[in-house]
Design a protein around this ligand. Structure first.
Ligand code: ADP
Ligand code: F6P
Length: 319
């Protein structure tokens, strides 16, 4: 393969630029031409595709977001939009496509693969919700951002002897809450994968108070409830002053952590290696610190993972 395109799609994630940079430079190193497709699948439909060179990707490894821009493109979910995209890919002579994005973007990548365009998916989403890989790109940075907020909230909660609810992202997957919560020593972690009751939370707060803890941090994944509502309920039902903080899109931005820069670089290189060998229809990932690849159809049909062991540990060490 000599001519390939890269697209970032769906929610952005820190580390996407590191992956673009690595794919461009490794592709050029192997003698390929690399093109950047702008604004997700919209760029394929509208033909906004530009050549990338060594200098186009200078000074980006440390930047959050994506230099290619990203978008949600409902048109690409329809056959008509897909037909247009494939026509443009052929007109441009692109022999392979790298899609950096989350599970939605991977559905699009699967369709391109099925329609004869060799496509490689790089998991780029802060949610860490792709079951075939241990870690998605951007997750580590998002957790560190959440952790920084937890640390700061901890200072003022301790001084005032209050409880803080920190709402983090994750509609279906509680990994940001779980990892940032454990790392921040949270007293409670509330996630969509685990049912809880308000009574149960109140009881835990009271027990915690009786054991000597006069303040606390509750990390709440957005898919498990709303911080403001929960803070109101807990304030009414206990003697604690409970404050709510919603971190929101802050978690999606910022310079990528070292982990995400390295991961993005490894993912980008591996994706290009596959296309160079004329291998498509796969997604790259990491398992036990080894870069892997897997059939895209298999990857998108895998069941959601949940680290029950880590959750159990969180329960024990938070007491
Ligand atoms: P993410 O990739 O972060 O999960 P989305 O779920 O919003 O984000 O998906 C990003 C884009 O991927 C969508 O706007 C659409 O262009 C494409 N996409 C999502 N689902 C499908 C699908 N079932 N078929 C084709 N394209 C899809
Ligand atoms: O999928 C990434 C993510 O940041 C989720 O954690 C969050 O629920 C969602 O995207 C927010 O999407 P939007 O940027 O469209 O508000």
């Amino acid at each position: 393969m000599k001519k390939i395109g890269i697209v970032t799609s769906g929610g952005d994630a820190p580390g996407m630029n590191a992956a673009i940079r690595a794919a461009v430079r490794y592709g050029i190193y192997l003698g390929m031409e690399v093109y950047g497709i702008e604004r997700g699948y919209t760029g394929l439909i509208n033909d906004t595709i530009e050549p990338l060179n060594m200098r186009s990707v200078s000074d980006i490894i440390q930047r959050g977001g994506t230099i290619l821009k990203t978008a949600r493109c409902p048109e690409f979910k329809e056959k008509e939009g897909q037909d247009k995209a494939i026509e443009i890919i052929k007109k441009r002579g692109l022999e392979g496509i790298i899609v950096i994005g989350g599970d939605g973007s991977f559905m699009g990548a699967k369709i391109l693969s099925e329609r004869g365009i060799p496509t490689i998916g790089i998991p780029g989403t802060i949610d860490n919700d792709l079951p075939y890989t241990d870690f998605t790109l951007g997750f580590d940075t998002a957790c560190n951002t959440a952790l920084d907020a937890i640390n700061k909230l901890r200072d003022t909660m301790t001084s005032h002897e209050r409880v803080s609810i920190v709402e983090v992202m994750g509609r279906h997957c509680g990994d940001i809450a779980l990892y940032a919560g454990i790392a921040g020593g949270a007293e409670m972690i509330l996630i969509p994968e685990k049912k809880f009751t308000i009574n149960g939370i109140c009881q835990k707060l009271v027990n915690s108070y009786d054991s000597g803890k006069k303040s606390g941090i509750i990390v709440l994944a957005e898919g498990a409830g709303h911080a403001e509502d929960l803070a109101r309920e807990l304030s009414e039902r206990t003697n604690f002053v409970v404050k709510a903080t919603v971190l929101g899109h802050i978690q999606r931005g910022g310079g990528p952590s070292m982990v995400d820069r390295i991961l993005g670089t490894r993912y980008g290189v591996h994706a290009v290696e596959l296309l160079k060998e004329d291998i498509g229809n796969r997604v790259v990932g990491i398992k036990n610190n080894k870069i892997i690849d897997m059939d895209i159809v298999k990857a998108v049909s895998m069941k959601r993972k949940f680290d029950q062991n880590l959750y159990n540990i969180a329960q024990i060490v938070s007491l």
